[in-house]
Write a protein that binds this ligand. Structure first.
Ligand SMILES: Nc1ncnc2c1ncn2[C@@H]1O[C@H](COP(=O)(O)OP(=O)(O)O)[C@@H](O)[C@H]1O
Ligand SMILES: [Mg+2]
Length: 321
């Protein structure tokens, strides 16, 4: 297959220390996560805050160690040796939600964008300056000759996120992981940034893992999607299948949350209130059980992902229409 990245049974549990005498609790941030990314594909990881999206990104880049499971890049297990770590860190670049997480406010734009080239010792100094100018033009930060002399605070939020995109593209990576790249931007400039990512994704034929809690942007940008709920993928498949024929009640709830508000339905009770607090041991049985209107006795056992269509898998006992 033309799979560039495989994530196999990744597991990462955190122990949260109890405060003020409360008991310590285990958070299963990533629990048996398996998916693959094809060359040139945009795979979306979607789920609410706290579902484990950023943990999975960190596990792929080995900025945190998994409890178990493997990350396989171009048929090589990452972390087996130093070489493999260098390889993933060069070929897989990250875009964070907050540009300030990845750029140093005291550095000029030229040095920020050139930094990955320097780390990976690509080109000599003048070649690097040339590449920086070129990639700034590609993200439409012009005149690039002026922009390179500026500091991050002299740019707008949208421009800063373009700098981060330019920096990620500078080394011509094979994969970009974009962790909620537009969620901190003003509504008015989100579409612009998404369009730009879409355009450059095609131009570079770079594979993307696009992390979001927003299914509307997922539909615009992605080809396949995994729906995460409390550390588990509960539904996975092509965007068209999953978003048009959602099988998991949680996916349906997420889709409900983005559907056009019809004034007629404004005061109707939604079938699922997806922000209801959870008060049972959520890791026992189906994790969505306590918030699910369709729960049956069997849901006390953990459901596995089952094939429900062409390239479409769902972990739920209930057959929804
Ligand atoms: N270093 C950590 N120590 C303890 N708990 C953590 C740590 N990192 C993440 N978590 C917990 O793991 C869960 C998943 O977090 P995260 O991956 O950041 O979710 P998301 O990116 O989907 O919002 C959350 O409950 C979070 O509080
Ligand atoms: Mg996150």
């Amino acid at each position: 297959m033309n799979e560039i990245l495989k994530v196999e049974h990744l597991k990462k549990y955190f122990v949260k220390k109890g405060i003020f005498g409360s008991k310590a609790a285990t958070v299963k941030a990533a629990d048996d996560i398996t998916f693959s990314l094809k060359k040139g594909e945009v795979f979306v990881l979607a789920g609410e805050s706290g579902s484990g999206k950023s943990t999975i990104a960190k596990l792929i880049l080995k900025s945190i160690e998994p409890d178990s499971g493997n990350v396989i890049f171009e048929d090589q297990i990452i972390g087996e040796d130093e070489e493999s770590l260098k390889k993933i860190r060069m070929n897989c670049q990250m875009i964070h939600q907050d540009p300030y997480d990845s750029i140093n406010p005291r550095m000029k734009i030229r040095d920020i964008v050139a930094e990955p080239l320097e780390i990976h010792k690509m080109g000599n100094k003048s070649e690097r300056v040339q590449r920086v100018t070129e990639v700034l033009k590609e993200v439409k930060l012009e005149p690039a000759e002026e922009i390179i002399k500026k500091y991050p605070h002299m740019l707008s939020g949208g421009q800063r996120q373009r700098v981060v995109l330019a920096r990620a593209l500078s080394v011509k990576p094979k994969i970009i992981i974009a962790d909620e790249p537009v969620s901190m931007l003003d509504m008015s400039i989100r579409a612009e940034m998404l369009e730009l990512m879409h355009e450059l994704q095609k131009k570079y034929d770079v594979s993307f893992i696009y992390i979001t809690h927003d299914l509307a942007t997922a539909r615009y940008f992605g080809q396949r999607i995994g729906i995460l709920y409390l550390g588990r993928i509960v539904e996975i498949g092509t965007i068209d299948e999953v978003l048009q024929k959602p099988r998991h009640p949680y996916t349906q709830a997420l889709i409900d949350a983005i559907s056009e508000p019809d004034p007629k339905n404004l005061y109707k009770e939604k079938k699922i209130r997806i922000n209801e607090p959870i008060d049972v041991d959520v890791y026992e049985g189906c994790r969505f059980r306590s918030r699910c209107p369709y729960q049956i006795d069997k849901c006390k056992e953990d459901p596995a992902l089952e094939k429900v269509g062409d390239d479409h898998f769902c972990a739920c006992y209930v057959e929804l229409d």
